[in-house]
Design a protein around this ligand. Sequence first.
Ligand code: NAI
Length: 248
Amino acid sequence: MGLLEGKVALITGAARGIGKAIALKYASEGADVAFTDLVIDENAQKTVEEIAAYGHKVQAYASNAANFEETHEVVEKIKADFGKIDILVNNAGITKDGLMLKMTEQQWDAVLAVNLKSAFNFIHACVPVMMRQKGGSIINMSSVVGVHGNAAQANYAASKAGLIALAKSIGQEMGRKGIRANAIAPGFIETAMTQALPEEVRKEWMEKIPLRRGGTPEDIADVATFLASDMSSYVSGQVIQVDGGMNM
Ligand code: NAI
């Protein structure tokens, strides 16, 4: 029997990258999977097919995680389609890097809205569902830069630090209702987001990683499975760094 047998998971921004790896791993462990992304295009449909191959229910929803109303609407739909929501992974995220002196208000607002407000939106919509079920696991996708900060990423780092504080606060507020909330802080993970970086920046990162390799989306999915499953039933309010031992 899989670690997530009988559970329903909702993952944001899971058409590709880390979110997709989590969706596949969850399905392989027996979960039914609802996921969102900005658009459900051919690539997202392919993701649906790959998840469906594990023999569990899967459905993709087009939804902008940064939009409060859209989020509430999509969570209502998912509740109707799946009957419950046991696991919420706030994974959708973007970068709009720049040094503070050059950072525009738009860069700041967009990153805070997509990375941090989105998690508020989904937690706000899902917590009443989880309360009725008397349990649930919430996982916020933070980053090592949310722990340590990073030059030229003040907006991204602040949003990722916010995701940690949000998880800790929800863990404290909702613990008595059986709801756990934790954060994962990935290091340098090989996805479209990091492939877009210049070669010298990638090299700099590699030199900082004791395990001397970038992480894979599957490395993150393994930890996300632990936090979603009953194996972590006494773990809440934590941030787990999955970064190859990097000490920034
Ligand atoms: P990615 O760019 O490959 O995937 C992000 C997904 O989120 C995409 O499918 C995108 O369409 C979706 N998305 C973007 N804005 C959205 C919105 N407003 N509403 C719904 N979906 C939206 O990125 P990756 O690398 O898979 O990252 C996933 C998460 O992990 C992000 O939160 C990222 O900040 C975080 N992370 C990634 C690291 C890395 O090294 N790749 C390191 C640390 C954290």
